[in-house]
Ligand binder design. Sequence first.
Ligand SMILES: [Zn+2]
Length: 160
Amino acid sequence: MKIISNCPLCEEHSLHVIGDEGTMQTQQCINCGYATSDKFVGTREDNEVYKTLPEEMQSWSKEENGRIWIPSMITLPFGTLYPVNIDNMVNHKKEMKWGFAEMVDILEEEQENYPDGNGGYFKQRYDTDNQKIFDEFLYAMAEMNERAKANGPSEVSRIE
Ligand SMILES: [Zn+2]
């Protein structure tokens, strides 16, 4: 089952609800980029899965509708979209933005710097040194969709 509902965080009609409640249902907003699932039912105080999240992810999380919401990460063969803290030049506070990094080939002579943990080396990596930063998830998604078209048919709607 897949329905589109109003997002409790940004209030846009862009919340994709996939699966039935109680069976690993996922709720993903394609406007603000926040997502939740059955394992995030509860509060920051009592949810065990929340406590295992990296500190940065915890700091970005929100509580709404009896659930914890966290920013989405999307990983595809040609690129990845993720939340990232960026320093605000004006008030010097960190702000969450959305990063997009393309998958690039690693030069053969540089592969030794990227061990894959199985005795070999990675041949490709996400180029986060040249990440593109977006204020809004929606625009980052649009960028990703453009790349998807350029890279042939792919399942961009698959959110992890
Ligand atoms: Zn939203």
